[in-house]
Design a protein around this ligand. Structure first.
Ligand code: DQA
Length: 148
């Protein structure tokens, strides 16, 4: 193993499976976590997969990652905090490792209040609308970037 990939999930993503399945699909967050663990392993990385409903907890985790050399990249689906959180944006600015933004749905094809992302300007890629597959694409993209 060559380090870890931190995968952060924001509010309400713990409800996947029952939350608006027409938009977010039938997979649970545990299903997605399993897929991510397998995919990270394929590239030689440990997967640190987390979810929080609390903005401050996400900020604390990002701060800790910024001080941990073992964290080689961060993938974040910040949920609704994507569209609101300057605090999360500021914490992501602390990271020197690459960041990928992921969304299960495509926020740009939804309500206007989802069209702003405080994460996107800090991410080298944003993957939206691919459902759980988006996390796998993010891991592949991150692994490729880390080998370059
Ligand atoms: C989401 C999109 C956000 O707008 C929303 O608030 C979520 C989920 C997604 O994965 O599609 O909670 O991040």
């Amino acid at each position: 193993m060559t380090g870890s990939i931190l995968i952060l999930n924001g509010p309400n993503l713990n409800m996947l499976g029952t939350r608006e399945p027409g938009i977010y699909g039938a997979s649970t967050l545990a299903d997605i976590g399993k897929l991510c663990t397998e995919s990270c392993k394929k590239f030689g990385y440990l997967c640190d997969f987390r979810q929080s409903n609390h903005e401050g907890e996400l900020v604390t985790w990002v701060q800790a990652a910024s001080q941990t050399a073992d964290v080689k990249g961060v993938i974040i689906n910040a949920g609704a905090y994507t569209h609101t959180s300057v605090a999360l944006h500021d914490s992501l600015r602390l990271l020197s490792c690459p960041i990928v933004e992921v969304h299960l749905s495509n926020p740009m094809a939804r309500e206007g209040f989802r069209h702003t992302s405080y994460v996107a300007p800090l991410a080298f890629a944003s993957i939206c609308g691919l459902g759980p597959q988006g996390y796998i694409v993010a891991i592949e993209g991150l692994a490729k970037k880390l080998t370059n």
